[in-house]
Design a protein around this ligand. Structure first.
Ligand SMILES: *Cc1c(COP(=O)(O)O)cnc(C)c1O
Length: 730
């Protein structure tokens, strides 16, 4: 039922989008010529480098601040829509033109650098790069190609690979309708809608081959040749290739293969994964890129191993086993889920429909042999085809995304390895220039030096650098970020016209909403059972006591999406929306709709405490807490995922209970108790313990420790170095 309704909804809006005139784009041009003094802006807008430099963001913001908001920080939509008058005013503004020129020069210098910042060994080079495959990429909101953590992680991976100047190309899919946009209606129920990327001015360019033709690849799907064209997004020095089946040559249904990220049913998923894996390898061949190593970031792209094996067989005539061995020797796999049920599994009957006999016979595989590759127990015909077992079997190395998750994964898949599982781990990281607030970055540049982000790569050098910041510096910047956040949430809570959509945000007066003096706790994450949104609400009386405290109140900010097909999660959201007590809750708790990268940035910059209460051990890593930590926002977290490695007793707060085993309900009760006590007994008193100068020095000491210790350890520079030096290297 649920699946059906979501399918119908998707195909309905897709059909109506199809009938719109602009259903296919040759190019994403901005459609106008800029004054010559500002022409560099167009070039700057085509490389996402601008998005991780505060001066880059300011260039566009300053061009027209109001329009920048209207177009949701989309540079090319801004360049298309800014008025002629405003353009010429800025073209005549020497100071602004100077900034444009300086930034263009910075971009050129950045792009021209040739030296890698880390040693990548001898097998990997510009001619033989690492090829990174992922189903989603969260580079920037103006490229809406992600749903959440996995995509943001992939985006940060590319940015750090670029900053470190290491050879890497990336492959993904170009989703016409992306992931859903969220609003919460008056009844508290989540509503979803989609935007059409073909109606936008996305910063991608078509990939053109040697004889001036569009580069396309063909993949056999549903018994037909389906064509996919390639777009390229430039992420600093890294090229991100995105495959798109929305071509007039394809049948209507095939054009929608790359329609929705994680949309449709299992069949949609298989055909998308064929385009990504098989089409992706074929694209690299067309571009004459010969990767030394293929990184399967999560199992979605695992079919690429089949294509590599097929190439081997064609070349050498070998058996499948031999060919798969050779192919696998070039492939590494990262798993992201700590529960078996979180992994894609497909029924053999469905796979049979999606894979033709001829593909399997080219692989010299029978159907049964093929299905066996995706089973934990190859001979168990009742077991469906799992992308994780398949990827584990077909790659030379596998890793989880935190130390704990490595351990959990070894246990989870032990059966496949006769007890001695080789699964290791590389702990996730986040990209400091993307996630550290511009104000902090400016202060770092001033006190530490323009190249402060290079210092982050060396933990002891960074510690020395951070000691140059005074308590006042840190607190002052934090308060600025907090005030920005409050202004943002007031803006978001105001009554506004959003077409025919129903929304909870309809306040006329917002000045009584939140206060910068009040301890502010942020909780933003996917609404999924294991994230335990309901833990906070488990004792409403105690919660409201915290919120209503006369001298030392607490305020809460929430954001997060529920999967469109997950009604249980939507009910949790509805419950949260329905708290309507005779208390300050309405003034001190806000839910921000449509959690995305932009919302995440405001939140991790501006709250005082970042809360995370997953059920152990289901948080493979978690990355939002790392973003908060780098901004001096203190984590309050269950000891799970990355926080087990991060916590040092003073750089945040841990929620611990002494219930070891026991049932889930019992653990929930104990951890809720530990959570409330931690807040009441430790966090609230410390935050409000202010010195004569009005600043909470005990608190600031912890903020400093968080910035000092967690920034280098959980930077994506460290993560990408680990991948190159431990995983990509043979
Ligand atoms: C960082 C981020 C996530 C992942 O955060 P978790 O800690 O893994 O929940 C999800 N969505 C957005 C928009 C993010 O920026």
């Amino acid at each position: 039922m649920q699946e059906l309704s979501s399918d119908i909804q998707e195909s309905m809006h897709a059909t109506s989008a199809m009938t719109r005139s602009d259903e296919f784009r040759q190019e994403f041009a901005i459609g106008r010529e800029l004054p010559s003094a500002l022409q560099a802006l167009e070039r700057i807008s085509m490389n996402f480098f601008w998005s991780w430099r505060p001066e880059g963001v300011e260039l566009f913001q300053e061009l027209d601040p109001a329009l920048w908001q209207v177009h949701e920080q989309h540079p090319r939509a801004l360049l298309r829509n800014v008025t002629e008058l405003r353009l010429w005013q800025k073209a005549a503004d020497a100071e602004y033109v100077g900034k444009v020129e300086r930034f263009a020069a910075e971009l050129d210098t950045y792009m021209a650098a040739t030296e890698a910042k880390i040693d990548v060994g001898t097998d990997i080079s510009t001619d033989a790069p690492a090829a990174y495959f992922c189903a989603e990429y969260g580079v920037h909101n103006s490229l809406p190609n992600y749903s959440g953590g996995l995509g943001i992680l992939a985006g940060d991976h590319l940015k750090s690979a670029s900053d470190l100047n290491v050879p890497l190309v990336a492959v993904g899919l170009f989703y016409r309708f992306g992931y859903f946009r969220q609003n919460i209606a008056h009844d508290g129920w989540q509503r979803e809608h989609y935007l059409d990327i073909f109606q936008s001015d996305t910063a991608v360019e078509s990939v053109i081959g040697e004889s001036d033709e569009r580069v396309t690849v063909a993949v056999e799907i549903r018994g037909r040749e389906v064509l996919a064209q390639a777009w390229k997004a430039q992420v600093g020095r890294v090229s991100l290739y995105l495959l798109d089946t929305n071509l007039p040559q394809n049948q209507e249904t095939d054009r929608l293969i790359t329609g929705h990220l994680y949309g449709g049913n299992a069949e949609t998923r298989i055909v998308q994964e064929k385009v990504l894996g098989i089409g992706g390898v074929r694209l690299l061949r067309k571009l004459e890129i010969a990767p030394a190593v293929y990184h399967l970031n999560e199992g979605h792209s695992a079919f690429l191993t089949l294509e590599l094996a097929r190439e081997q067989i064609i070349e050498t005539g070998s058996t499948f086993a031999e060919a798969a061995g050779k192919a696998g020797a070039r492939c590494v796999f990262t798993t992201h889920t700590p529960v078996a049920a979180g992994n894609d599994v497909f029924q053999p009957s469905l796979l049979r429909q999606c894979f033709s006999d001829s593909y399997l016979s080219e692989l010299k595989l029978t159907e049964e042999e093929f299905f066996a590759l995706g089973r934990v127990e190859p001979d168990n015909v009742d077991e469906p085809f799992g992308m994780t077992p398949f990827a584990l079997r077909m790659t030379r190395s596998a890793n989880g995304v935190s130390e704990k998750h490595g351990e959990v994964s070894r246990e989870l898949w032990a059966e496949m390895f006769d007890g001695s599982s080789p699964i290791t781990h590389v702990t996730n990281g986040v990209h400091p220039p993307t996630w550290i607030a511009p104000g902090f970055q400016r202060m770092f540049a001033e006190k530490i030096g323009n190249q402060w982000h290079e210092k982050v790569r060396d933990a002891s050098g960074w510690a020395t650098a951070v000691s140059l910041l005074s308590d006042e510096d840190i607190w002052h910047e934090h308060l600025r970020n907090k005030n920005l956040l409050i202004a943002f949430l007031r803006e978001r809570s105001k009554r506004r016209e959003i077409g025919l959509r129903d929304t909870i945000n309809e306040r006329l007066e917002t000045s009584d909403l939140f206060s910068a003096d009040v301890l502010t706790i942020g909780f933003a994450r996917r609404v999924a059972q294991y994230k335990r949104w309901d833990l906070l609400l488990s004792d409403l009386e105690r919660l409201l006591k915290l919120v209503d405290h006369p001298e030392r109140p607490v305020q809460f900010l929430f954001a997060g999406k529920a999967h469109p097909q997950d009604d249980t999660a939507k009910r949790i959201l509805q419950e949260l929306m329905s708290i309507n007590h005779d208390s300050n809750w309405q003034k001190r708790a806000v839910f921000i709709e449509d959690y995305d990268q932009e919302v995440a940035r405001y939140l991790v910059h501006g709250v005082d405490v970042w809360m995370n209460v997953p059920r152990r051990p289901y948080e493979a890593s978690g990355t939002s807490g790392m973003k908060a930590a780098m901004n001096g926002v203190l984590n309050l977290s269950i000891l799970d995922g990355w926080w087990i490695e991060g916590d040092n007793g003073i750089n945040g707060f841990s929620i611990e209970s002494d219930v070891a085993g026991g049932d889930e309900a019992g653990i929930d009760v104990a951890e809720a108790e530990a959570f409330y006590s931690k807040l009441e007994d430790e966090i609230v008193p410390l935050f409000y313990d202010k010195g004569g100068d009005g600043s909470p020095h005990g608190w600031i000491a912890r903020m400093r420790n968080s910035i000092e210790t967690l920034t280098p350890a959980f930077s994506s520079d460290r993560m990408v170095s680990d991948y190159f030096q431990r995983i990509y290297k043979k």
